[in-house]
Design a protein around this ligand. Structure first.
Ligand code: SF4
Length: 95
């Protein structure tokens, strides 16, 4: 099974990769083995994303960090990155 994720640009490729790795991780928890394809049609570029042991550890570590943030009484201040401008959550972070 191949899970595809289409992005307009590869500018924020690390977060796009982590998003797809999480999908693969979640599927694996349900007993479904899959690999990912990150697609950037405007750049005519496709990147394979494989959930190996190292990436699985990275996803689990990130989930722990997310849980630590969620358990805080107040969210941390957002840190402006090059990805914020086009992020869907920009209005939530900087309203
Ligand atoms: S707008 Fe917020 S959620 Fe989006 S990349 Fe920036 S800090 Fe992260």
């Amino acid at each position: 099974m191949i899970i595809g994720e289409v992005k307009k640009s590869s500018k924020c490729i690390e977060s796009a990769k982590m998003q797809l790795l999480y999908y693969l991780y979640d599927l694996k928890q349900q007993g479904i083995e899959a690999e990912g394809k990150l697609q950037f049609p405007e750049e005519k570029r496709v990147e394979s994303v494989i959930l190996d042991e190292e990436e699985m550890h990275k996803v689990e570590q990130t989930l722990l960090e997310c849980k630590a943030i969620i358990s805080q009484e107040r969210p941390p201040q957002p840190r402006w990155t090059g990805c914020c401008m086009k992020c869907s959550y920009c209005e939530c972070c900087y309203a």
